[in-house]
Design a protein around this ligand. Structure first.
Ligand code: LLP
Length: 428
């Protein structure tokens, strides 16, 4: 029996397995907290995007903020993807994983001059410029290093992606992109600047989007602009349609990547823009349901008296997986070995000294101390957002590749957490 949205995850008998590998055994071998990924699931999601774009010039730029572990990036290099980066650090990581610079686009509202110079020297394909001020800075930096900068403007289409406010980016009130009404003027300015080459247009309206309609609304607004910019004598080569496609965490039914892309291409063709190269920046939908986070139950703390809660205290916490604490995100939690007992309702919480440190609330589970739980859909924005609060070393990561299981990140050592710190000089 496979689990919703995660075809590589299945329960066979009592055992939860990823690509046939029993998760409880992986936890025993590698310890917990442990992130476990399916390479095949990542390859399939990349292939779904490529299939939908087959026959037309395109580049699928995996938004590496979702999961930037080197072996994950390497998987996407081999799957023919480029990368969407948002920092000099991500640029270095992508290169370390074997990415070709001319398949990298650089997004983000706050690129520093040093990051711009680094990206120009590396030869990235395009800067997604998010403001007039950034355009002027990029122009100065390009002159300084003597390398021309290819740009697209990230435009803010002012559409509601219908998602959580923290991950909605295409509304007027968001910090992202150039306002729709200002875009033609900013393109005119870009066309005047000596070291800037206008290459395309870019739009990203948010994340965990589960419907096609907001994409089509944004696309219409973008195509209106393309027509206005070209009428002003500035040719645009590519359309970067961003990322944002949602995944199934519980009962969401997002379109599949190929459905979403096909709908967009239909609109693009109908409006006579079918000749343009298409860039995409998917993150979550490439990796989210390719991974789980394994955690061991440390203690059960049943509530006493009416109205009190039952707590299931596990060894993973908000530093390992911040999405529930940060966005009240619901992520599935499954025992790795199912018990035939009547489930009890538990709040699954971590050891961190904050009431916000929870992974799941009011979950019916049959668990005992020592059992291993899997937090589902943890391939995206989980390890990538992990931190060291409470001096907790970050967990290890393993990647399943068919019959093989590779450790792709060693568990962090506590020593490494304070290796860059210095004690004050001792008083004489
Ligand atoms: N392109 C740009 C410019 C972005 O800002 C993002 C995500 C993406 C692409 C990829 O979006 P995706 O396909 O992954 O939805 N930490 C949050 C999600 C933040 C998304 C930020 N931007 C979470 O855990 O839900």
């Amino acid at each position: 029996m496979t689990l919703p949205g995660a075809p590589h995850l299945a329960r066979s008998g009592v055992e939860l397995r990823l690509d046939g590998h029993p998760l409880a055994a992986l936890a025993r071998e590698h310890g917990t907290p442990l992130y476990v990924y399916s390479r095949a699931a990542m390859q399939e999601s990349a292939a779904a995007y490529h299939r939908a774009l087959q026959g037309r010039p395109h580049l699928v730029c995996y938004a590496m903020k979702a999961n930037s572990s080197l072996a994950v990036l390497q998987t996407f290099v081999e799957a023919g993807c480029g990368f969407d980066i948002v920092s000099g650090g991500e640029l270095e990581r992508a290169l370390a994983a074997g990415a070709a610079p001319d398949r990298i686009v650089f997004s983000g509202v706050g690129k520093t001059a040093a990051e711009m110079a680094q990206a120009l020297r590396t030869g990235v394909r395009c800067f997604n410029v998010e403001s007039r001020a950034e355009l002027e800075r990029l122009s100065q930096v390009a002159q300084g290093v003597g390398i021309r900068a290819c740009i697209s403007l990230r435009v803010n289409p002012d559409v509601d992606a219908g998602t959580h406010p923290y991950i909605s980016t295409g509304l007027k009130g968001n910090k992202f992109g150039v306002a729709h009404g200002d875009a033609v003027a900013v393109y005119r300015r870009a066309a005047e600047l000596p070291m800037i080459d206008v290459a395309g247009i870019d739009c990203h309206i948010g994340s965990q989007i589960t419907q096609i309609a907001p994409y089509l609304d944004a696309l219409d607004r973008v195509l209106d602009l393309v027509e206005a910019v070209e009428a002003a004598g500035i040719p645009l080569h590519h359309l970067d349609l961003g990322g944002g496609l949602g995944i199934t965490y519980t009962d969401e039914t997002p379109p599949r990547p190929d459905e979403m892309v096909t709908a967009m291409l239909g609109r693009i063709d109908a409006r006579g823009h079918g000749h343009r190269e298409i860039l995409l920046e998917p993150g979550r939908s490439m990796v989210g349901n390719a991974g789980v986070l394994l955690t061991e139950v440390l203690y059960l703390k049943p509530g006493e008296g009416a109205g009190s809660k039952n707590f299931c205290i596990v060894d993973a916490a908000m530093n390992d997986l911040v999405r529930p604490a940060m966005y009240q995100a619901w992520m599935g939690i499954e025992p790795c070995v199912q018990r035939s007992e009547v489930p009890v309702t538990w709040d699954v919480v971590g050891p961190i000294c904050e009431s916000g440190d929870w992974l799941g609330r009011e979950r019916p589970l049959a668990v005992h101390a020592g059992d291993v739980l899997a937090v589902l859909s943890a391939g995206a924005y989980s390890m990538a957002m992990a931190g060291n609060y409470n001096s907790r070393p970050r967990g290890a990561e393993v990647l399943i590749d068919g019959r093989d299981v590779h450790v792709i990140r060693e568990r962090e050592s506590v020593r490494s957490l304070f290796a860059n710190e210095r004690l004050l000089p001792r008083k004489a």
